[in-house]
Design a protein around this ligand. Structure first.
Ligand code: GDP
Ligand code: MG
Length: 193
């Protein structure tokens, strides 16, 4: 790009998906506000939080969307995915069923983003294809190692076969939370800059 230093701004939409109670809302509140809630209920009304970081002297903003509990009804709306260029697919390392749901979430992500492509020709030239959406598989609650039901190796292997980044995190003790979000943001930036 030929813009003067500091003259450019970026805004990337990132979605967080995964089964209910895997820690999606707490990952976001830990990243955006450094807060954790042990008794969190689905927050109604708050759709996303915006967090800035600097990359190569540019102000890069991530608008990170939370499902607000829609996933309990197995119906996350298309509007939720619209315009997303990054996704964190989260499971809980202490609940195997949430790991087994990952394939379904990846399918949903793929089909909802594909639908956008056919509906909106304007975005066709931009970064909305499968390969350019930055995706990370997140095994959350790694602080619960004594209750582990999914090994690190299994997480890694699934991520590798699906072409995703992989990281285990803890929204409770902050392990890797910032790193996970920032890896996704940096990857999106690398794809568009
Ligand atoms: P969501 O339904 O995916 O948004 O999950 P929440 O963020 O609401 O979290 C569900 C429950 O798991 C809450 O009781 C959280 O306090 C708890 N939780 C979330 N993240 C972690 C974590 O990293 N470690 C532990 N031990 N508990 C967590
Ligand atoms: Mg939630």
């Amino acid at each position: 790009s030929s813009d003067e230093e500091g003259g450019e701004e970026y805004l990337f939409k990132i979605v967080i998906i995964g089964d209910s109670a895997v820690g999606k809302s707490n990952l976001l509140s830990r990243y955006a506000r450094n807060e954790f809630n042990a008794h969190s209920k689905a927050t109604i009304g708050v759709e996303f939080q915006t967090q800035s970081m600097e990359i190569e002297g540019k102000d890069v903003k991530a608008q990170i969307w939370d499902t607000a509990g829609q996933e309990r009804f197995r119906a996350v709306t298309s509007a939720y995915y619209r315009g997303a260029v990054g996704a964190l697919v989260v499971y809980d390392i202490s609940r195997r069923s949430t790991f087994e749901s990952v394939a379904r979430w990846l399918d949903e992500l793929k089909s909802k983003l594909k639908m956008q492509l056919t509906l909106n020709i304007a975005v066709r030239s931009y970064a909305h294809s499968d390969t350019t959406v930055a995706r990370m598989l997140v095994g959350n609650k790694c602080d619960l190692d004594n209750m582990r039901a999914v090994s690190v190796e299994e997480g890694k292997a699934l991520a590798e076969t699906q072409g995703l980044f992989f990281m285990e995190t803890s929204a409770l003790d902050s392990t890797n939370v910032k790193t996970a979000f920032e890896m996704v943001i940096r990857d999106i930036y690398a794809n568009v800059s």
